[in-house]
Design a protein around this ligand. Structure first.
Ligand SMILES: [Zn+2]
Length: 160
């Protein structure tokens, strides 16, 4: 399997409802999102996808919909106030956490036909959330099942 990842930086504001930490107040982040595309094969150019194509598809949308906007839970009472004042707002059905933003960008990339396998959303340079394609997440997390012991593997191997 091959993978390519394109990073895109953007600024956004948000706040979280039903949350006790500092993120309950309106504030902003210089975020970075990494969009990973995967493929078992390469195209005629030897690529999963051209980095420029990823940039044009995703960055254009991020610049238009998310960059320098306030990302808010649809139920946030400040949302209609900001909208009324002409402030740019993007509403989500859930709290605008890094996890939710990663899922949002993942779903947009998938809707554009990109073979996206994961989206990592860096809220700060120390905190990152990842949303995986559902089939990929299944493979990843199934590894936590108990593995066969080395002894069993050896006894069934004809090469040993
Ligand atoms: Zn925050």
């Amino acid at each position: 399997m091959y993978a390519v990842t394109r990073a895109i930086e953007f600024c956004y504001g948000h706040r979280l409802l039903n949350y006790e930490g500092r993120c309950r107040y309106l504030h902003g982040h210089n975020g970075k999102v990494e969009i990973e595309l995967g493929s078992d094969t390469l195209d005629a150019r030897g690529m999963v996808r051209d980095f420029e194509e990823i940039k044009q598809t995703i960055q254009t949308w991020i610049d238009r919909e998310l960059d320098h906007k306030m990302l808010l839970n649809r139920r946030d009472p400040v949302a209609p106030v900001l909208r009324q004042r002409g402030e740019p707002v993007f509403l989500l059905d859930a709290n605008p956490t890094a996890e939710a933003i990663a899922e949002l960008i993942f779903n947009y990339a998938a809707s554009q036909g990109l073979p996206v396998t994961s989206v990592r959303m860096w809220e700060t340079n120390r905190s990152v959330a990842t949303y995986w394609a559902p089939d990929r997440a299944g493979r990843r997390f199934s590894r936590t099942r108990p593995r066969r012991s080395r002894r069993t593997v050896r006894s069934t191997s004809t090469a040993a």
